[in-house]
Design a protein around this ligand. Sequence first.
Ligand code: ZN
Ligand code: FE
Length: 252
Amino acid sequence: MADLTIETVACLQDNYAYLVHDAGFCAVVDPSEPEPVAAALAARGLKLTHILNTHHHWDHTGGNKALKSSFGAVVVGPEKDRDRIPGIDVGVEETREWRIGTRAVRILEVPAHTKGAIAFVFDGAVFTGDTLFAMGCGRLFEGSPAMMHASLTKLMALPDRTAVYCGHEYTLNNGRFALTLEPGNNDLRSRMKEVEAARAAGCPTVPSSIGLEKRTNPFVRTGSAEIRATLKMDKADAVEVFAEIRHRKDSF
Ligand code: ZN
Ligand code: FE
């Protein structure tokens, strides 16, 4: 199998689209706007074949129609949200195998930020949209705490080395919030030094990895004794702890 190349394309204020390509295809994940994506393609001499959407929000699909008409690209998104994905051609589901070129791509259904949210799992990389962020998770616009907890747990079952490409550069603020819950987490403190340096230099903090998220993301660390002590929730179940973390983050 030809090597997969993944490149970050900054869009809008803090969105990321990603070019994903090998010899057989060239896809963009979550193009919020067409111009930066078209410029990145032109700079590399690439022709777009597919547009992949993790969920229906405009800041992930706003470039669909213009890019589709410029390149004739195939728009791929969650079958369960077909009605809300502009220009959709192919609806994908977790239970059905889907291939891009000759490459098998796993679809994980990860509802809660939106009901139809999906993640695309390539060999060694997952595109998580607004479900899992570096040290954070998306807001619960269309789902419950239990639903998001289950979606994050599904993502955490991927191999630790899997690279995580998320939909926004929210890492610095997410990390500051994480430190309010778990100031004694040394992995978190050292990660924050790296994140601060990267942002000061104007560099993206993506990709993360599943292993790094397990060590530093409070939303998947509901078992942490320190987080539970901070929240005074020693005996609560995981979903209750998750709900309290999400609640606090909503007003952080
Ligand atoms: Zn969103
Ligand atoms: Fe978004």
